[in-house]
Design a protein around this ligand. Structure first.
Ligand SMILES: Cc1ncc(COP(=O)(O)O)c(C=O)c1O
Length: 422
C-alpha cells in the first residue's frame, strides 16, 4: 500500500477538509530548501514548511546539536529541574532580543506562547488585586493560534465560527492607525480594565501577509504604556530574521513588554516556544503566597533537545552570513515585485524582509474564501514548487538558504500562474 493510502486510512490532517483536499504530498526527505518525495521527485519548499524552516531542512549543525543532546539528556520534568540547554538558550535570547527582557517562560508551540502571554497579563493584574482588569485589545485580521485564548485574540471567521460562544470578547483596532483607532484605544484604556494589547509586528501572517507600518504600532504602544497595559508582540512568525532584523519589534520605538517566539526559534526543526518578559513583570509573581504562582506548564516544556537545537539555530541566524542571505532574498524579492507591476491581476505587491506577497485579482472575490487562486497549489506543484495561497493572497517565504535559482523557479511559476489566471 502506498504511503498516501495508508495515510488516508489512519490520519486526520490539520487545517484540511478531507472532502475537498487532494492527496497529501508523501515527503520522505528534506535538505536545504528542497523536499524529497516518495518516488524521487524534488519540490522547492518556497514557504519554509509551516513558515518555520528558516535555516534550511536537515541543517547539519542542527542535526548534530540534536544528536549530541539526545545522547546526553533526553528529557526531564521542567518544574523543579533545570538543565544547561534551557538556561543557555534563555541567556542567549535575553542577550539578543531588543529592549531588556529578563525572564523566559518555555512552551512548545506558537499558540501556547501567546496563550501564556495573555494569561500572564491577566494574572499580573489579579496578583495586584485588580481582578476585573482582563480586557484584551488586538488587531483586526490577527492570528495568534488555535487554543481558546489565542483564538479569541485572533480575528473571527471560518476557523473560529463553531466556538464563537466560548470565545472571550476582544476589542479591535485597525492596522491603519486612524485618528478614530487612536481615540478608541485611549478611551478603552481610560476605562481602566484593559490588561493587554497583542499584535503581530509589521506583518500579519495568516491574515493574508498584511504588512503595516511600525509607526502605527508605536502610536498604540505609547497609549498602552501610559495606562500600564501589558503590550505583547507575537513574533511567532516575524521572529528570527523573517522581516530582516532578528526581531521585527526592534523596528519599534516603543518596546513591547512581552515577546512570543516559536517557529524559527529552532530553525523550524523542533517544537519549542518562548514567552519572554521583563524582570519587573516576573517579580510580581514572586511571593510567599501560593495563589500568585503562574500555574501553567506542559509535559515537554523546555525540552532539552529542542533547546540545544534552538541555541545553535540562534547563533546561525545571528551570523553575518545568514544576515547576508536575508538581504539577498529581500533584494531579489524587490526586483521581482518590480516585474510584477506588468501583471494587471497582481495587486498590492509587497515585500517585508524575506516575505513577498501579492493579491490575485479576479472574479473569485477577495479574502480567505476567494477562489482567485483555486487550483494554484496543484499548478505550482506541477512546476516543482510548494506554495500555499491564503485565499486570494500568494506569497513566497523561503528558507534563507534558498539560492537565486531557487527563487527564480518560484518567481517563474508565479508569473506563469498570473498569466494563466488573467
Ligand atoms: C503570528 C502567529 N502567532 C501564532 C501562531 C500559532 O503558532 P502554532 O501554529 O505553532 O501554534 C502562528 C502560526 O502560524 C502565527 O503565525
Amino acid at each position: 500500500m502506498s504511503l498516501i493510502s495508508r495515510d488516508h486510512s489512519v490520519v486526520w490532517h490539520p487545517f484540511t477538509q478531507r472532502g475537498m483536499a487532494g492527496d497529501p504530498l508523501p515527503v520522505v526527505s528534506a535538505k536545504g530548501a528542497w523536499l524529497g518525495l516518495e518516488g524521487g521527485r524534488k519540490i522547492l519548499d518556497a514557504i519554509s514548511s509551516w513558515w518555520c524552516n528558516t535555516l534550511g531542512h536537515s541543517h547539519p549543525e542542527l542535526v548534530q546539536a540534536a544528536e549530541e543532546q539526545l545522547r546526553r539528556l533526553d528529557h526531564v520534568i521542567f518544574a523543579s529541574c533545570t538543565h544547561e540547554p534551557a538556561v543557555s538558550l534563555a541567556e542567549a535570547i535575553i542577550r539578543d532580543a531588543p529592549n531588556g527582557y529578563g525572564k523566559v517562560f518555555f512552551s512548545d508551540n506558537g499558540s501556547t506562547a501567546c496563550e501564556v502571554a495573555i494569561k500572564l497579563a491577566v494574572q499580573l493584574f489579579a496578583n495586584r488585586g485588580e481582578r476585573g482588569r482582563s480586557r484584551i485589545v488586538a488587531l483586526e485580521g490577527a492570528y495568534h493560534g488555535d487554543t481558546f485564548g489565542a483564538m479569541s485574540a485572533g480575528a473571527r471567521g471560518l476557523f473560529s465560527a463553531p466556538f464563537e460562544g466560548l470565545l472571550f470578547h476582544v476589542d479591535r483596532l485597525s492596522t491603519e492607525g486612524s485618528e478614530q483607532d487612536r481615540k478608541r484605544l485611549a478611551e478603552l484604556c481610560a476605562q481602566g480594565d484593559v490588561a493587554a494589547f497583542i499584535f503581530e509586528p509589521l506583518v500579519q501572517g495568516a491574515g493574508g501577509m498584511r504588512m503595516y507600518s511600525p509607526e502605527v504600532l508605536d502610536g498604540y504602544l505609547e497609549t498602552c504604556r501610559r495606562h500600564g497595559v501589558v503590550t505583547i508582540a507575537d513574533e511567532v512568525m516575524t521572529g528570527f530574521g523573517r522581516t530582516g532584523p532578528l526581531f521585527a519589534s526592534s523596528r519599534l520605538r516603543v518596546a513591547p513588554d512581552v515577546l512570543c517566539l516559536s517557529k524559527g526559534l529552532t530553525g523550524g526543526t523542533m517544537p519549542l516556544a518562548l514567552t519572554v518578559v521583563r524582570d519587573a513583570l516576573f517579580e510580581e509573581f514572586v511571593s510567599n503566597d501560593h495563589s500568585r504562582t503562574f500555574f501553567h506548564g506542559h509535559t515537554f516544556t523546555g525540552h532539552p533537545v529542542a533547546c540545544a537545537v534552538a541555541r545553535r539555530a540562534l547563533e546561525l541566524t545571528a551570523s553575518a552570513e545568514c544576515s547576508r542571505d536575508r538581504e539577498r532574498i529581500f533584494r531579489s524579492h524587490q526586483q521581482f515585485s518590480e516585474r510584477l507591476r506588468g501583471f494587471p491581476n497582481a495587486r498590492e505587491v509587497r515585500v517585508c524582509g524575506t516575505i513577498l506577497a501579492l493579491n490575485v485579482a479576479g472574479s473569485g472575490g477577495t479574502g480567505y474564501s476567494s477562489t482567485s487562486t483555486r487550483g494554484a497549489q496543484r499548478f505550482f506543484l506541477e512546476r516543482g514548487v510548494l506554495l500555499r495561497p491564503l485565499g486570494d493572497v500568494l506569497y513566497v517565504m523561503p528558507p534563507y538558504c534558498a539560492s537565486n535559482d531557487d527563487l527564480g523557479l518560484a518567481y517563474g511559476a508565479i508569473e506563469e500562474f498570473l498569466r494563466s489566471a488573467r
